[in-house]
Ligand binder design. Structure first.
Ligand code: FAD
Length: 405
């Protein structure tokens, strides 16, 4: 059949197929995906779906009719185990071989596993796929106490969902603050206060070294200082790992993800990559980054798909991310670095504020809590390399839109 073969049917894989068609790609397109479900949205898995407010049927990204109309052939529940670059074909787990003219790797990322004594006990959950979410939802309903290992986005969103469902929640974090790699200390502190006000117990600087039976009453998580935390259910959210092994085994250059340029091209001819599994030079960060976000996967998919169709389009979007916890909507735009100067706009105590990050008085990124308007403006400002002064950003009477003119 040949044509375009895509490995992975999530945001990056699906978008690249759609964008290739939109840009006039006429040859066959086939997506091979190891999950059995039609492509679905992941963000609600830790939010509305887990809480029961978003139904299974509302998770679907695109239905079977859409793929049929676009002549995109979808092969589900099929895992690619090898890329043979010389023969231009991939091998599936069941031995089937599929030829390609162009290959796009959109294999995403997976949850990092905790490898400590007791890690394989029944009742220790991860959250990456719909199957994981269905299992976690069922177990969460049955649990009365929950231990969350990791104070990143997934851990915090699950903590919020569990606390809202009146579970006793303890979160254990190895670092000194929440979301340490993603947001400033100001936002970390706001989220810490928010979670504590909802009854979540949060412990910092605690490394989990083992998990045992708590005398027949659930699990005991053992921390490095000897302390034990008891709970019925454990959820581990300690970060993601790029699924780049297929690419690296095929000799395609990888460094924490498949290395791609701004068109999604890898170091191998006719092979592209996009989304969580890839890393790229990001001009807004000034360095190579591997991002895990819907925006990044979708926009990389767009430019790779168009490029494959012969209409090269570079990936130049300003990175964006969001997270919902209780009634706080956290949105971030741009990429901040730890040494950037943070300036607050708005009222932290009222739960409506933004943090503007500056490097040499240049606006690099903005985190907002319940201020979507700031995000809209900041996105345009960062894209156009325009910066309000830090003093203007801090002054609520200053209209940021005037900086755009
Ligand atoms: P993925 O979504 O990881 O999909 C890759 C697919 O490829 C998977 O189905 C995988 O099984 C398949 N695959 C892998 N290897 C093979 C193989 N060898 N053969 C066949 N198929 C293979 N982002 C946000 O921006 N905002 C949020 O609020 C947010 N919340 C999230 C909540 C949760 C619970 C999770 C898990 C993620 C969240 N994210 C969020 C991150 C976002 O979902 C990811 O960045 C996005 O899904 C990445 O898309 P992708 O297409 O690159 O890869």
């Amino acid at each position: 059949m040949s044509g375009l073969l895509i490995i992975g049917a999530s945001y990056a894989g699906v978008q690249s197929a759609i964008s290739a068609r939109e840009a006039g790609y006429q040859a066959p397109i086939r997506i091979v995906a190891d999950e059995a479900d039609l492509p679905y949205q992941r963000p609600p898995l830790s939010k509305g779906f887990l809480a029961g407010s978003v139904a299974h049927s509302n998770l679907i990204l695109r239905g079977a009719d859409f793929f049929a109309a676009q002549q995109i052939d979808m092969k589900l529940a099929a895992r690619v185990v090898r890329i043979d670059r010389d023969a231009r074909r991939v091998e599936l787990q069941d031995g089937e071989l599929i030829n390609y003219d162009t290959l796009l790797i959109a294999t995403g990322s997976r949850a990092r596993k905790l490898v400590i004594p007791g890690h394989d006990r029944d009742g220790i959950c991860y959250l990456r796929t719909l199957d994981d979410a269905v299992t976690l939802k069922r177990r969460l309903e049955a649990a009365s106490s929950v231990i969350i290992i990791g104070g990143g986005f997934i851990g915090l969103e699950v903590a919020a969902t569990a606390a809202k469902a009146d579970k006793a929640v303890t979160l254990v974090e190895a670092g000194a603050r929440l979301l340490e790699r993603s947001v400033s200390p100001l936002v970390s502190q706001f989220l810490l206060d928010l979670h504590r006000s909802r009854g979540v117990e949060i412990r910092f600087n605690e490394t989990v070294i083992g998990i045992e039976d708590a005398d027949g009453a659930g699990h005991a998580v053992i921390c490095s200082d000897g302390r034990r935390v008891h709970g019925d259910l454990i959820i581990v959210g300690i970060g993601g790992i790029a699924n780049d092994e297929l690419a690296s085994a095929a000799g395609i250059p990888c460094s924490n993800g498949v290395d791609v340029d701004s068109y999604g091209r890898t170091g191998a001819p006719n092979i592209f990559a996009a989304g969580d599994c890839s890393n790229h030079f990001n001009s807004f960060a000034g360095r190579r980054v591997r991002l895990e976000s819907v925006q990044n996967a979708t926009d990389q998919g767009k430019s790779a798909g168009a490029t494959i169709a012969g209409k090269p389009e570079p990936y130049v979007s300003v990175p964006r991310f969001w997270s919902d916890q209780y009634d706080a909507k956290l949105q971030t735009v741009g990429l901040a670095a730890p040494d950037d100067t943070a300036v607050v706009r708005g009222d932290i105590h009222a739960g409506r504020f933004s943090v503007f990050y500056y490097r040499d008085r240049k606006l690099m990124a903005v985190d907002s809590i319940n201020r979507p308007g700031d995000q809209m403006i900041a996105r345009r400002l960062i894209a156009a390399a325009r910066s309000p002064s830090p003093e203007q950003a801090a002054d609520m009477s200053f209209d940021l839109k005037t900086v755009e003119q």
